[in-house]
Design a protein around this ligand. Structure first.
Ligand code: PHE
Ligand code: ZN
Length: 867
């Protein structure tokens, strides 16, 4: 037989299918856990009260991952090794009766857990991450979301090393033990799936506060961090209290335990985790002060704190039946956090940002080999499905339902959903049904949004007849084929539009139509002149619109549209059209663009935060998405050229804005934040103009800033330039913040995102920096995810960028497969590039896929990307 060391492709892991779902055969009503904590050898004793579900004679099967039982007992009697077996990693026990107490003991080693799933060590703490399938790395258990149990958890640990012991639910008892150890017991009265289990042990300081719920109960709030980080927790605390009040006001949802804790850890695979009563956060979504965090960091903290808090109802009280239903909790919760942030700040700018994220991450995913429906049909590794499609497109689906229902009926729908399914593990279908029953609507065809992948394209044709003064509009939809779904049925697409009279600048009212077939024709009468169409207002549907509007119409909308998203969109489309025409050989027509920008930056009625969004050029990646074959060099050259043109033509305006937006003294007010944002945009145009004092101005802003927003903005501009100020600023930044991991991440990331011809070599060198490590996900992402998002650098024609990322994936896979797998999709975009680039990307994917001992995570992403 072939020896296992040969280079043949690894066996394909089994595929799990949604249609194969079977309800659990055994339930666990109650689990008692005892931890004897130690970084190198933790003992875990579990006592499960199991009951047979229905009539069957199948054995109990408990999931495990890398666990070996030290002992197994049933109803207090130790089993001999003949009475149980390990089937792969699953512990199989034949049980005679319908209810038993099953006890197991295992030993695990948090200190060597580099996957950061299960119980692991991070900066001296011990903490857990269980979603989606990490609990099986802690103890034997039916590790699936439809098995809900009540948890009773006792932790014992050395008191000096681990003075704080936290778990889900409420603390009930604690005490001292011999040898400097102590213990604590926590009980969570709410039945929950294992993925929501959490515990933390460590030397943590607490920002303690309280919140009184709408029914008058006092909840103790705690944000637990390293002592020195305490001064950076106030923003997260404010966000938490605002979230609690918002969920009461907007959804009628009250918090349900006596305590709510958040713990910040420095090593974390994702953003944060909604464990019942004990949210565990990547520290980047907790810690902020003006010196170390940018305004977007503040916003991200507010939204992630809200997101995890909102999961208490949309995720914890009502959870998922199986992982195919992930969007049930994620899509809904993202929608909820988006609306919360919109209410806390500028709704218009929030919508623009959310659409930008959707287009950058989800539209690309939907257009490539990893496209999947919001409710996927199959997976090899569920960790690969924490995607922009499940999260962000999922949120757009809820937003469309809310639009179709209107606020009152939407609330009736969510009330019914929470009431009907409280304490249950349910499906996306259950959610849609509750919205139908509670809101009084038929969502029959709408369900296709859950099952069909691919971004629908909406093409628009308008014909104006001057004789009759009527306009006919034809909307056509096509849904592109995606892997496994060659043919698509027409979707239900809500379209919001308005028709502007170019003479008055007014429109006769916004309309909402729902396109349900391939094509829809509409006629509107009474126009003395051809009206200007403002379409997909508010980005009501997650579709690509092809409207072929004239530059004149776009300029009109950019100046007049009363829907802020559409106004922004018109401006962006104007820039995109000019750039694409130039890329395909036409001279760069920048006059209309420059006029529109001038009008926007001098319009005193506009919010500066909106202005900054509107006048910023579309990203290189988004321009690439508009092309048949992405030409990264041509895109970069054209965009730089337009940037310079806009910079030169409006130099004095940018100069004035840059000066005007400066502030004495830091403030987090909306006005101050908007000024900082616009100041950054002004500086970028000013430097692009080639003004001789550009680099000095940028360095001045960098050097004198009293906040990270302005300092980092100036640094991000300087890294693109070959000037002495570049190296000076980078060195000063590093010196100032060495030792602050979150800021050092910014130092790596800013360089990886630079428009610099040597970015590949710079990133290569940074990988050898003393502060670089693949073991910390934030650090690995700061360098490699940022680099892979840098279209011009990553896709450099010599293919060195591809090779470097593939090398990183192979190396990281040995430590942390989840994080490694997230670096694969950029290589999967090979069909979007020319043959030479495509072949090099494919070769790297093949090299990855052929690596012996590859994880299921990376194997799934690499093989699917090649298909
Ligand atoms: N459920 C988390 C959230 O969206 C994300 C997460 C998934 C975190 C898997 C860790 C692991 O809020
Ligand atoms: Zn979530």
């Amino acid at each position: 037989m072939a020896d296992t060391q040969t280079t043949h492709a690894p066996a394909t892991p089994p595929v799990i299918r949604r249609e194969d779902y079977q309800p659990p055969l055994w339930l666990v009503d109650h689990i008692r856990l005892e931890f004897d904590l130690d970084a190198h050898a933790t003992r875990v004793k579990a006592r499960l009260s199991v009951t047979r579900a229905g009539r069957h004679d199948r054995p109990l099967r408990l999931d495990g991952d890398g666990l070996v039982p030290l002992s197994v007992a049933v109803d207090g009697k130790a089993l001999s090794p003949a009475d149980w077996r390990l089937d792969d990693d699953v512990l199989v026990i034949a049980l005679p009766g319908n209810a038993h107490e099953v006890e197991t003991e295992v030993q695990i080693a948090p200190a060597t857990n580099t996957q950061l799933m299960g119980l692991y060590a991070s900066g001296g703490l011990l903490c857990t991450q269980c979603e989606p399938e990490g609990f099986r790395r802690i103890t034997f258990f039916p590790d699936r979301p439809d098995v809900l149990s009540r948890y009773d958890v006792t932790m014992r640990a050395d008191k000096a090393t681990y003075p704080v012991l936290l778990a889900n639910g409420d603390p009930v008892e604690q005490g001292e033990l011999p040898d400097g150890r102590h213990w604590a017991r926590w009980v969570d009265p709410y039945p929950k799936p294992s993925y929501l289990f959490a515990m933390v042990a460590g030397d943590l300081a607490c920002n303690a506060d309280s919140f009184t719920t709408m029914s008058g109960r006092a909840v103790r709030l705690g944000i637990w961090v390293r002592e020195e980080d305490l001064p950076r927790t106030s923003h997260a605390m404010t966000a938490l209290k605002n979230s609690m009040a918002w969920d009461e006001r907007v959804y009628g949802r009250e918090y349900d335990l006596d305590v709510f804790n958040i713990v910040a850890v420095s090593d974390f695979n994702f953003g944060a985790m909604e464990n019942k009563g004990l949210n565990i956060f990547n520290s980047r979504y907790v810690l902020a002060d003006p010196e170390t965090a940018t305004d977007p960091d503040y916003d991200a903290i507010e939204s992630v704190v809200a997101h995890e808090y909102f999961h208490n109802w949309s995720g914890d009280r009502v959870t998922c039946r199986d992982w195919f239903q992930l969007s049930l909790k994620e899509g809904f919760t993202v929608y909820r956090d988006q609306c919360f942030s919109a209410d806390m700040g500028s709704a218009a700018v929030k919508r623009i940002e959310d659409v930008r994220t959707l287009r950058a991450a989800q539209f690309q995913e939907d257009a490539g080999p990893l496209a999947h429906p919001v409710r996927p049909e199959s997976y090899m590794e569920i960790s690969n499905f924490y995607t922009a499609t499940v999260y962000n497109k999922g949120a757009e689906l809820i937003r469309m339902i809310a639009l179709l229902l209107g606020p009152e009926r939407f609330r009736q729908g969510t009330d019914l959903y929470f009431e009907r399914h409280d304490g249950q593990a349910v499906t996306c279908e259950d959610f849609v049904k509750a919205m139908e029953d509670g809101g009084g609507i038929d969502l029959g065809q709408f369900r296709l949004w859950y099952s069909q992948a691919g971004t629908p394209r909406l093409t628009v044709r308008q014909r104006y007849d001057p004789a009759s003064g009527s306009l006919s509009i034809t909307l056509r939809q096509t849904v592109p084929p995606t892997p496994g779904q060659p043919e698509k049925a027409p979707m239900a697409i809500p379209v919001k539009f308005a028709l502007f009279d170019p003479a008055t600048g007014e429109h006769g009212g916004e309309e909402l139509v729902v396109l349900t077939r391939d094509q829809l024709e509409m006629r509107r009468e009474g126009f003395a002149q051809a009206p200007v169409l403002s379409l997909n207002r508010g980005f009501a549907a997650p579709v690509i619109v092809e409207a072929e509007q004239s530059a004149q119409d776009l300029a009109f909308l950019a100046a007049r549209d009363d829907d802020p998203f559409s106004r922004y969109e018109a401006m962006q489309q104007l820039m995109i059209n000019g750039l694409l025409a130039h890329i395909s050989g036409a001279p760069l027509e920048s006059d209309v663009i420059i006029d529109s920008i001038r009008r926007t930056i001098t319009d005193p009625t506009l919010d500066r935060s909106f202005v900054a969004e509107a006048v910023r050029l579309p990203s290189e990646a988004y321009l690439g998405d508009q092309m048949q074959v992405v030409d990264p060099d041509a895109i970069h050259a054209a965009r730089e050229r337009l940037m310079t043109g806009i910079g030169e033509a409006l130099e004095s305006e940018w100069r004035a804005l840059h000066a005007e937006c400066a502030r004495n003294g830091f403030s987090l007010s909306a006005d101050a934040r908007a000024a900082r944002k616009l100041r950054g945009v002004a500086l970028s145009y000013l430097v692009a103009s080639g003004a001789p004092d550009g680099a000095a101005l940028a360095f001045g802003q960098f050097d004198r800033a009293d906040n990270m927003t302005e300092r980092q903005a100036a640094l991000a501009i300087l890294v693109n330039r070959e000037t002495p100020e570049r190296d000076q600023a980078l060195a000063a930044f590093y010196r100032r913040y060495a030792g602050n991991a979150l800021v050092v991440d910014k130092w790596f990331q800013t360089q990886a995102l630079a428009f610099h011809p040597d970015t590949v070599e710079i990133v290569q060198a940074l990988a050898g920096h003393a502060d670089f490590t693949l073991a910390n996900p934030n650090r690995a992402r700061a360098l490699y995810s940022a680099f892979a998002a840098n279209q011009w650098a990553f896709n450099r024609a010599d293919g060195k960028g591809y090779r470097m990322v593939a090398d990183a994936i192979i190396a990281l896979d040995k430590l942390n497969p989840q994080t490694a797998a997230r670096l694969v999709p950029p290589l999967g975009r090979w069909r979007r590039f020319d043959g030479a680039r495509g072949a090099m990307m494919r070769a790297e994917l093949e090299r990855i896929a052929a690596t012996p001992g590859l994880s299921r995570d990376v194997l799934e992403q690499a093989t699917k990307s090649l298909a």
